[in-house]
Ligand binder design. Structure first.
Ligand SMILES: O=C(O)CCC(=O)C(=O)O
Length: 317
């Protein structure tokens, strides 16, 4: 071929998607390739025996590539949230706690404060918090609910602390990002909340998130009835019994965006620490009206599973 000949290369869409998935979150190409090699080695590794807790892996090596079980997928679809044990290895957990200590120095609560204290560092500002999502299996597990390569890393982190003693007696959930919004502003919806527990919350009233299971489906049904623009206040639904989300430090919560939730009481003798990330499927924002009426809009892999409990119109489209 002569030097000046032109070669036309047609880049396959799938290659473009793979490159986008590898370099998302601003990773350099080298880091992305290293990550891909590690991930592929993890997938190939045989699973060691592990009898600690159901679904647990060896958290010191994280040598097993975990998959959500069919039961976990069904539980997420039906109840709207799951807790996956032992996702964060101890060294990543320790560094995340140090990052929270650092943030507390610059954003301390008032002396004697009791109750919730939230801080919202940017994703790039606290790499040791971003590592919870990026350097563990968490993001891959989350994408089992939405499809591989479907989501992007978030731009912000939430540090949620509850200083004891605190009793939350509101008795009501909320949905993030829409309540009390101005009608001409779009709500700040997202796909899924990923929560990392930095402290044990395996008993009651230790700052556990309150969740109202199944309300993602009830809310969607409500918005199908009254229209999505009614999302300026809490939907008028019959609430199920509230639950306290129980987990140990190092566990991961995956919660459907539309599940009603709230800050929980902390009558224990220690401060509760949880880190949240609000994850979105690419292109999510343009579709918020459809999304709040169809709980499976962003959750393509769940659609074939939901026929056992979906009602009229809730079906995958
Ligand atoms: O404190 C928590 O864990 C929940 C916080 C919350 O409800 C929110 O940020 O929307």
């Amino acid at each position: 071929m002569a030097v000046n000949d032109t070669i036309t290369i047609r880049v396959d869409d799938r290659i473009e998607q793979a490159i986008a998935a590898l370099t998302r979150g601003g990773a350099s190409a080298t880091t992305a390739i290293e990550r891909a090699i590690l991930e592929s080695a993890r997938r190939a590794a045989p699973a060691p025996p592990n009898a600690a807790r159901p679904g647990a892996v060896d958290s010191t090596t994280l040598s097993v590539q975990r998959k959500l079980t069919r039961e976990q997928l069904l539980e997420f679809a039906e109840r709207g949230y799951i807790v996956i044990p032992d996702v964060v290895p101890p060294e990543i957990l320790a560094k995340a706690n140090e990052a929270v200590d650092k943030q507390l120095k610059s954003h301390p609560p008032k002396d004697g404060h009791a109750g919730p204290h939230f801080m919202f560092p940017m994703w790039e500002e606290e790499p040791d918090l971003a590592a919870l999502l990026r350097d563990t299996e968490a993001f891959t597990l989350a994408e089992e609910l939405t499809g591989d390569g479907a989501m992007e890393y978030p731009w912000q982190t939430q540090i949620a602390m509850t200083f004891p003693p605190y009793i939350d007696d509101r008795g009501m959930p909320h949905i993030d990002g829409g309540m009390r919004r101005k009608a001409d502003e779009p709500p700040r919806t997202f796909t899924m909340l990923a929560g990392f527990f930095l402290t044990d919350q395996d008993g009651d009233d230790s700052g556990n998130l309150y969740a109202w299971p199944g309300t993602h489906r009830q809310h969607a049904e409500y918005f199908r009835k009254v229209g999505p623009d009614a999302f300026t206040s809490y939907p008028d639904i019959e609430l199920p019994e509230r639950e306290q989300v129980r987990a140990k430090a190092g566990d991961l919560l995956l919660k459907h965006y539309m599940v009603g939730h709230n800050v929980g009481s902390n009558t224990s003798d220690s401060t509760r620490r949880t880190i949240y990330f609000r994850l979105k499927v690419r292109g999510h924002d343009a579709n918020w009206r459809e999304i709040i009426q169809d709980p499976w809009h962003d959750f393509t892999p769940l659609r074939p599973l939901v026929s056992s409990f979906e009602k009229d119109g809730e079906a995958a489209k």
